[in-house]
Design a protein around this ligand. Structure first.
Ligand code: B12
Length: 228
């Protein structure tokens, strides 16, 4: 089991979506890429959450380190992001499928200035699978637009994602605008993304910080959610 997770991680780092892709080395053409390996892992009954948490997410973390060290450029990050996006599409049905009673409307967005959506998309998938009615506003969404949608849909939950330290400030801006509009008490605000933390959530007045979707759902279960 560990071997195939390791192979998925290795191929994600090499940006190989499928067997047609070269990766670092032309010799790799013809060998299974991330999508084929994910399907194989599922056939071997490896839990989808393990594929996500033990292969795909740590693989992306390593890509981030390689970028930081100057070894990877933006197109390399994009190739790996495509791998994880395709893998998530394969995993999606395994996270959903149960008929669950709606747990309320959940609006989610990546904040203004930020184009990262891999993590947000995974969180959306898992929230949906746990019974939330998710409305995903996409990336680079302005605080004003987020607040308008929360108002319009009367959503009980709002998830904000940021991957850049420079865009984290838009989370506070969004919360402040919710207050200005008199909506703050009606919506549980949940934040996430690599640079944010529990402390940051407290500082900006968010209700909770989710390290990942599973953590967010555990914490949401403990909150007596208003407005849904
Ligand atoms: C892939 C990637 C890209 C891709 C994004 C493609 C896409 N469609 O998303 C591209 C190539 C576009 C990109 C661009 C840039 N990137 Co980039 N990118 C990454 C990388 C390698 C991986 C991010 C990722 O997908 N991780 C995998 C997912 C599964 O993890 P995640 O996003 O953290 O999400 C999980 C949790 O955080 C959490 N979560 C996330 N959101 C939410 C929301 C809620 C509500 C909850 C509860 C939880 C939650 O749950 C998720 C699932 O577990 C990171 C490095 C890293 N380790 O984060 C750099 C990184 C974020 N990028 C970085 C940089 C600098 C850039 C650029 C400025 C590069 C450039 N010079 O152009 C641009 C900025 C573009 C922009 N305006 O946004 C830096 C940020 C530095 C900083 N501290 O600000 C990083 C950290 C790389 C580095 N080490 O330097 N990037």
């Amino acid at each position: 089991m560990a071997d195939i997770l390791g192979e998925i991680k290795k191929n994600l780092i090499a940006g190989r979506v499928d067997r047609e892709d070269e990766g670092f080395d032309e010799d790799m053409v013809g060998q299974p890429g991330v999508t084929e390996l994910v399907r194989q892992a599922l056939e071997e009954n490896i839990p989808p959450a393990d594929i996500l948490n033990e292969a795909l997410t740590p693989g992306m973390e390593e890509v981030g380190v390689l970028f930081e060290e100057g070894e990877y450029m933006v197109p390399d990050m994009l190739a790996s992001a495509e791998c994880i996006a395709e893998a998530t599409k394969i995993l999606e049905p395994y996270f959903s499928g149960q008929e669950i009673q709606s747990r309320g409307k959940f609006v989610i967005a990546t904040v203004e200035g930020d184009l990262h959506d891999v993590g947000k998309n995974i969180v959306s998938t898992i929230l949906q699978a746990s019974g939330f009615e998710v409305q995903d506003l996409g990336t680079c969404v302005k605080a004003d637009d987020i607040v308008s949608i929360v108002k319009e849909t009367k959503a009980g939950f709002l998830g904000l994602s940021a991957l850049l330290t420079s865009t984290m400030t838009h989370m506070k801006e969004t919360i402040d605008k919710l207050k200005e509009e008199g909506l703050r008490d009606q919506v549980v605000v949940c934040i996430g993304g690599a640079p944010v933390s529990e402390e940051f959530a407290q500082k900006i007045g968010a209700d909770l910080y989710g390290e990942d979707a599973f953590d967010a759902i555990n914490k949401l279960d403990k909150i007596n959610a208003p407005g849904n």
